[in-house]
Design a protein around this ligand. Structure first.
Ligand SMILES: [Fe+2]
Length: 423
């Protein structure tokens, strides 16, 4: 990994303002950023005006866009036919001075910006045992973008001392998941002290566990990209592939096991801000296995905000305490306003609308990350912002005889009026 070099030129958060989820636009932005980087390298000499004409990369954009829409997705990788079932006991390796096993989470982080570097450095300073990226490498998860965020010597993704994992988002799938599966996953996984290396993440789903809790991380990204031309009529449901459901039943035995469950996915189960952006199918698939009444903590990204929900179930979905942490690296735009009827319906408890900066006259919120601290039956979750301020701390207990999880404490530490809380 050490030999891989990036070009050292960062992107700017302003490049991400108003970014839509259109594949065409995201491919265009990737091509555009290549041109910007080349210009910086050549320091804008006069000849560039001629070069620019050829370098707008229209051909490359069209080529990559067509390929991404009509080419085959990367093969979906599974644990079938291997001894490694993707279920790992949590191990303490870091020297962070804590007794707890710690897992740092960031979502929608991989923007290769000053802000994502800051978040990466803050995570590194906490020396967590594990780190997990909950998906979305911008703009389209191509080889250079995977390299600059996760693989290059100077990249700021921190690998936990016991392991590091990555979930699949929609943006990696805009390039058919190829670089995610081919380049990123082999560099991740559990750290082997004997081999002195990360042993590779074999699939886009996995489970970390202790005697009381299980962190079940699942893939909603693979089925997040629609069929060209008819995708506007039949919106992708981000449902779990059948191999994941089989793994949950046969290997994880999630229906029989009574430990507390933390689900992680890229896509959100619910939101109070974006009308058309709720993905209930995965929650329904889980309900078919564990039933509707066994509550879980569910951590997701995709929406670029920090939001906490109380217990919520869709009509046929599981009961979940949702935590949206999609504020890892993308600019937090507040353009989607609160949908008042969702506050009660979705049981919205907390959201962060503090203003951090202004870009192009648009108010931008705080990026951040969170740390899960596991000790015996207790799970403590800390939410930090880009200034390393601890905003919220919540404590949960799991009963491994009944499957019940209990929220014993929630402390809203930030007193900023932009931190909205409904007790
Ligand atoms: Fe996303």
């Amino acid at each position: 990994m050490d030999e891989i070099k990036s070009d050292l030129i960062k992107r700017d958060q302003k490049d991400y303002i108003d970014l839509s989820r259109s594949e065409a636009e995201n491919h265009y932005k990737t091509e555009e950023s290549k041109v910007v980087k080349k210009k910086v390298v050549r320091k804008n000499v006069a000849l560039n005006k001629v070069a620019d004409f050829f370098e707008t990369n229209i051909f490359s954009w069209v080529y990559h866009y067509i390929k991404s829409r009509f080419g085959l997705k990367h093969k979906f990788q599974t644990y079938e036919l291997t001894d490694d079932k993707g279920i790992y006991k949590m191990e303490k390796s870091s020297q962070d001075g804590k007794e707890e096993i710690t897992i740092a989470l960031a979502s929608d982080w991989a923007t290769d910006t000053v802000e994502s570097d800051l978040i990466g450095d803050l995570i590194a300073n906490k020396d967590p045992d594990y780190t997990i990226h909950l998906g979305d490498t911008y703009f389209v998860g191509m080889k250079d973008e995977i390299r600059d965020n996760f693989l290059a010597k100077n990249c700021s993704w921190h690998r936990g001392s016991s392991g590091s994992f990555a979930l699949l988002g929609n943006h990696e799938m805009y390039s058919r998941g190829i670089s995610y599966f081919r380049d990123l996953l082999p560099s991740m996984g559990v750290y082997s002290k004997e081999k002195k290396k990360y042993t590779g993440q074999k699939a886009s789903y996995f489970c970390l566990e202790n005697d009381h809790w299980r962190v079940v991380s699942l893939d909603t990204g693979y089925n997040s990209v629609g069929i060209p031309l008819i995708e506007y009529l039949f919106k992708p449901k981000c449902d779990f592939r059948k191999e994941i459901l089989t793994w949950l039943k046969d290997d994880v035995k999630i229906d029989q096991d009574k430990r507390g469950i933390v689900i992680m996915t890229h896509h959100q189960y619910c939101t109070a801000f974006e009308k058309e952006e709720e993905y209930v199918k995965p929650a329904e698939q889980l309900a078919e296995i564990i039933g509707k009444d066994r509550p879980v903590i569910w951590i997701w990204g995709h929406e670029h905000r920090l939001t906490l929900f109380g217990r919520y179930s869709s009509e046929k979905g599981i009961a979940a305490y949702g935590r949206c942490i999609g504020n890892g690296g993308m600019p937090i735009e507040f353009k989607n306003k609160l949908i008042p009827e969702r506050v009660k319906d979705r049981n919205l408890k907390l959201y962060d609308e503090r203003v951090y900066s202004k870009i192009k006259n648009v108010e931008i919120g705080f990026n951040g990350f969170c740390i899960l601290n596991f000790m015996n039956d207790q799970l403590k979750i800390e939410y930090f912002d880009i200034k390393n301020e601890l905003l919220v701390l919540e404590v949960w207990k799991a009963d491994n005889q009944s499957g019940v999880i209990t929220n014993t404490e929630i402390n809203i530490i930030s007193k900023d009026p932009g931190m909205k809380y409904n007790p």
